[in-house]
Design a protein around this ligand. Structure first.
Ligand SMILES: NC(=O)c1ccc[n+]([C@@H]2O[C@H](COP(=O)([O-])OP(=O)(O)OC[C@H]3O[C@@H](n4cnc5c(N)ncnc54)[C@H](O)[C@@H]3O)[C@@H](O)[C@H]2O)c1
Length: 256
């Protein structure tokens, strides 16, 4: 089905961190929406399996091994996608250190852990934008969607490295939107609430989950599928005049 200005048919979409969790759901959603989706992840076998499953359903998907913190790898992927797909139309910066993180008081966070979180969660999206945006700029159109977190508006405790990285990503989205707007490229941040991806996380106890659901206007657990609508919209031509925005998808837990 073609949704006119909402259509993603024929668009090339790169989703980082597409091997599991929210990224995986987004890869599947973009493929079902008719785009040619590239799932990139440090977990090479995971993205290969995701892509293979989608190709088996007659959809267009491929997997790419990528460490978003390695500029050489990011540059190489941008060049290879320029050759094979004419560049990417949509970049979804989703990869992050998240489910593997331990919560701890900020003054107990080791410097190397702090630096690693900032490197993956903030430098990674910077590097991907640095190498993929120029191709969009040359074409005069493109979409960058940065997956931040609703936790930045809450200022969740014992998560300082993560919150700092995602707050930086929100600021980066606004600033990048100003630089790229004149070239037809939009940059927005999506702020999910607490999403149950099925991946085990130390940071969410059943009590913490109930507390979060109780804060929401829509009192049910959030699932990755809840993010799909806003992602497809922000990737489409319909959102051409929306840029530099932070869009919260958390069932109304926070109001920004
Ligand atoms: N699940 C939630 O509740 C929630 C809430 C708010 C925001 N988010 C954000 O949504 C995004 C996805 O979350 P998730 O729950 O699926 O997380 P996840 O930890 O399950 O998945 C993260 C993915 O990123 C990949 N990755 C990690 N380091 C990488 C690197 N250096 N290069 C390339 N890939 C790398 C991992 O291999 C993994 O596939 C993240 O940006 C996260 O911060 C999640």
């Amino acid at each position: 089905m073609d949704y006119g200005p909402m259509s993603l048919r024929g668009k090339t979409v790169l989703v980082t961190g597409g091997g599991q969790g929210i990224g995986r759901t987004l890869v599947e959603a973009f493929a079902r929406a008719g785009s040619r989706v590239v799932a990139a992840d440090i977990q090479e076998t995971a993205v290969a399996a995701v892509a293979e499953g989608l190709c088996g359903q007659g959809l267009q998907a491929s997997g790419a091994a990528l460490d978003v913190t390695d500029e050489q790898q990011v540059r190489a992927l941008s060049r290879s996608l320029l050759d094979s797909h004419g560049g990417v139309d949509v970049l979804v910066n989703n990869a992050a250190l998240f489910s593997t993180l331990t919560m701890q008081p900020f003054d107990e966070i080791e410097l190397d852990v702090w630096e690693k979180v900032l490197k993956v969660n903030l430098t990674g999206p910077f590097l991907c934008a640095k190498h993929f945006a120029p191709i969009m700029r040359d074409k005069g159109e493109g979409r960058i969607i940065n997956v931040a977190s609703g936790a930045v508006t809450l200022g969740r405790p014992n998560y300082l490295h993560y919150i700092a990285s995602k707050s930086g990503l929100v600021g980066m989205s606004r600033s990048m939107a100003r630089e790229l707007g004149p070239h037809g490229v939009t940059v927005n941040a999506v702020l999910p609430g607490s999403v149950d991806t099925g991946i085990q996380r130390e940071t969410v106890t059943p009590e913490a989950k109930s507390r979060i659901v109780a804060m929401q206007c829509i009192p049910r657990g959030q699932v990755p599928q809840d993010l799909v609508g806003v992602m497809l919209f922000l990737a489409s031509d319909s959102s051409a005049f929306i840029t530099g925005q932070s869009i919260t998808v958390d069932g109304g837990a926070t109001h920004s």
